[in-house]
Design a binder for this molecule. Structure first.
Ligand code: ATP
Ligand code: MG
Length: 774
């Protein structure tokens, strides 16, 4: 009996098959990386369709990215043997929420053609509101408020529901009020931000039970991938839609009375094993939800056919409001849920899986699970030390060329970085080597807004006729040179057939502009003249730094206390640093135009470059994991801000990274890295110590130069880690000989600094070779 049935079922193991065939009632697939969770979801849709249980338009299925949605649809076509027409409700939470909101826009005081604001628009709008309220934008930056509002929306909180304690975190209690006026302004502008796409859905569903019922009836099956990374708003939305239609009562959103909301949230983050494991335990309130009452109106309401899949060890969006508790308490929230475990990993070889499992075993807050593979052990995970990040990029570049020479596809190669600024070095290397690459989940380094701004300044210095560049930065940072001024410059330039910059020079000598604008513009012209003169006598890297500082551009981001401002400043430093590799400004800008010109079509065979965060759910034969150094990975910022919980989230990120690899996982660390523009000597990541020695091989950098030959591999492979100067205090590393003499230090920052820094970490967790459940 097991072997008969549709073809798409035949390859599944019994647990997977159960997850596919249990169509009625709530199902949770809680299982590790590469066990086929996403495949189960896709097959389940195929099964629902081919059994005639529902039409495509009656299936709500949520993926984490738009790309994943496209991929799922493609696979579905393969399984069913024909393209699937019309799966309108297959997409991300945002895209589906937006789709629903357009239908009922008038209930959110919007028109159906409302615009969706991006972060920049959001911030601009908030700035206006701060001004109107006489709040000092320097003390209380609009970006910070934007972050708070997003956080509230992620937790499903309307303005009236923001706990007063939290509203007080901004401008002495004005946070809540500003949130309210922001929402009002959005309506006037016929706009919604990302958070609204779900939040307004939730409100409409609650206030209009008839509409909710309509969707509850429509969605016969609900499927959710990556459930461990859903936030409270997404959870509430799913809960509402997944209740059986009759159980829904009208619920008016209540005020949040509980000032201890935050405390509750914290408590909730300690993981409660019992909730996901024995469905017999007493239901408890969802910790992330004070508005419990709203949902609890029908605590034991029959739930429909919802199937969520996820892995608590891959929860990596806590910083963005994701609540891993959603997955841990699934069987409380969806009574009668069937919890299915998958233990066989189909993706990775034995060594890779062992390394990943061993690493994650160092986390305390986890359910714990067994993962096994029937695959070969394969190649060991390699750990390679390099002198610096440049050598690291060179080494990886060579390794990739070698893989390519073996006839493997570039599509099967990924580089996963912790911080986006790390990408720059690889992008440059790839351009030099002529290796096609694509950046996934974000713009390529030189396409980032702050980089384009900085480049625009440099382009105007290099070529005063570069109108596009001039227009881009004439009012960045804000100098009171708005659209009207620019328009006038254009008119001038056109009439006299001169570049905008020259038009500006001419216009400031007339009285066509108001005195203030004229003053600003005159200053801009004078600055560029000065920089151009300096260019003759100053190194181009210094000049770039001067330009960024004197123009006020650096300051603009320094004043900006938002989360992404720090990253942008890092990127700017990285830009200046990247210029060192070129002889002069001209050479650098030529290189940039080459980088920018490459378009990497979706079909092209290309190396993928992305952050660890965007690698979720993906898989590649070859995965490079550079930058495993303390401070970078685990990220010092995360450790500072979130302590132990932050460390565990970083470790999960490492686990996600390793488990992306099918055949080869290659970890790198550099002994010297420039962070925030200054060289520092780094310590290898503590996560390296947490890898099981038996599954890891220490290798030499192919881009190598600085080291000369290293000695042969000793009895303990970790001996060779010592080659990179670590005195990292764990058994594995300690065994190494202390005094190997390594030549070729470039910055002379070698050993001494290490010991000092190393002593401030006392890594204690490593238990030496130990193979866990393997
Ligand atoms: P992640 O947690 O990383 O998202 P996942 O659990 O979603 O992983 P999938 O991406 O669905 O795992 O599957 C991992 C790989 O294993 C895919 O290449 C998939 O096609 C393959 N796979 C899954 N189940 C089977 C099976 N029964 N037989 C053969 N291959 C399988
Ligand atoms: Mg998956």
């Amino acid at each position: 009996r097991a072997s008969v049935g549709p073809k798409y079922l035949s390859g599944l193991n019994p647990e997977q098959r159960e997850a596919v065939e249990t169509l009625d009632g709530p199902v949770l697939v809680l299982a590790g990386a590469g066990t086929g969770k996403t495949r189960v979801l896709t097959t389940r849709i195929a099964h629902i369709l081919s059994q005639g249980r529902a039409r495509p338009a009656e299936i709500l299925s949520v993926t984490f990215t738009n790309k994943a949605a496209r991929e799922m649809k493609h696979r579905l076509g393969q399984m069913l043997g024909h393209a699937v027409e019309g799966m309108p409700w297959l997409g991300t939470f945002h895209s589906i929420g937006g789709r629903i909101l357009r239908v009922h826009a008038e209930l959110a005081q919007l028109k159906s053609n409302f615009t969706v604001l991006d972060v920049d628009d959001q911030v601009r709008l908030l700035k206006q509101l701060l001004q109107a309220d006489n709040i000092d934008d320097k003390r209380w930056p609009a970006r910070m408020l934007a972050g708070l509002i997003d956080g509230w929306k992620n937790r499903g909180l309307m303005p009236s529901q923001v706990p007063s304690g939290e509203a007080a975190m901004f401008a002495n209690g004005k946070g809540g009020k500003l949130y309210a006026s922001y929402q009002e302004r959005l309506k006037i502008l016929n706009a919604a931000d990302f958070g609204d796409l779900l939040l307004e859905n939730i409100r409409i569903f609650r206030e209009h039970p008839d509409i909710l019922r309509q969707y509850q009836q429509r969605f016969k099956y609900i499927l959710v991938d990556e459930y461990q990374d859903t936030n409270v708003a997404q959870y509430l939305w799913l809960r509402l839609l997944s209740q059986a239609p009759s159980a829904t009562k009208a619920v008016v959103p209540g005020r949040v009375e509980d000032a201890n909301y935050d405390a509750q949230l914290r408590v909730g983050q300690s993981r409660d094993e019992s909730s996901a494991l024995d469905s017999g335990s007493a239901p408890s309130a969802h910790p992330g939800m004070t508005e419990q009452a709203a949902i609890a109106a029908a605590p034991n309401a029959p739930t429909k056919n919802i199937c969520c899949v996820g892995d608590d060890d891959q929860s990596i969006y806590g910083w963005r409001g994701a609540e891993v508790d959603n997955i841990l308490r699934f069987d409380h929230d969806f009574p009668g849920a069937k919890v299915i475990r998958l233990e066989r990993n189909y993706r990775s070889t034995g060594h890779i899986l062992a390394a990943a499992s061993h690493l994650i075993a160092h986390n305390e807050g986890r359910l714990g699970k067994t993962l096994r593979t029937e695959d070969q052990d394969g190649e060991k995970v390699t750990v390679t030390g390099s002198w610096d990040s440049e050598e690291e990029a060179r080494g990886i570049g060579e390794e990739i060329e070698q893989i390519q020479r073996r006839g493997e596809k570039l599509n099967e190669i990924a580089i996963l970085v912790r911080a986006s600024y790390q990408m720059r070095e690889f992008e440059d290397r790839f351009v030099t080597l002529g290796l096609p690459y694509r950046v996934i989940g974000g713009p390529r380094f030189y396409e980032r807004a702050e980089i384009r701004d900085a480049l625009a300044y440099l382009r105007v210095i290099n070529s005063p006729a570069d109108d596009l560049a001039f227009e881009r930065i004439v009012n960045v940072p804000k100098r009171g040179l708005g659209d009207a001024t620019v328009q006038m410059l254009h008119d001038h330039a056109r009439k006299r057939r001169i570049p905008l910059f020259e038009a500006a020079r001419a216009v400031v000598e007339t009285d066509e502009l108001k005195p203030k604008a004229r003053g600003s513009l005159r200053e801009v012209v004078a600055q560029f003249d000065r920089w151009r003169a300096q260019r003759e006598v100053t190194a181009h890297t210094d000049l770039a730094q001067i330009v960024l500082d004197e123009s006020g551009y650096t300051e603009m981001w320094q004043k900006d206390r938002s989360a992404d401002a720090a990253g942008r400043l890092e990127n700017l430093k990285e830009l200046v640093r990247s210029m060192e590799e070129f002889e002069n400004l001209q050479g650098f800008l030529e290189h940039i135009s080459l980088v920018m010109d490459r378009d990497s079509g979706a079909d092209e065979d290309a190396v993928s470059l992305m952050t660890l965060h965007s690698a979720k759910g993906l898989e590649f034969d070859n995965v490079f994991l550079p930058g495993w150094e303390e401070g970078l990975f685990p990220s010092q910022r995360t450790l500072d801000e979130q302590g132990r919980a932050g460390l565990e989230e970083e470790r999960r990120l490492g686990h996600v990274g390793l488990t992306r690899a099918r055949r080869r996982a290659m970890i790198y660390f550099a002994t010297n890295r420039r962070i925030h523009g200054t060289w520092s000597t780094t310590i290898p990541s503590r996560f390296l110590d947490e890898l099981p020695a038996a599954n890891v091989e220490i290798t030499e950098s192919k881009g190598g130069s600085a080291w000369g030959g290293t000695g042969g591999y000793g009895a303990s492979r970790f001996d060779d880690m010592e080659a990179f100067g670590s005195t990292y205090s764990t058994p594995g590393w300690q065994r190494a000989q202390a005094n190997r003499n390594r030549g070729g230090g470039r910055t002379g920052g070698g050993g001494g600094g290490f010991e000092e820094q190393a002593s401030s970490f006392s890594s204690s967790s490593s238990s030496g070779p130990d193979f866990g459940s393997f």
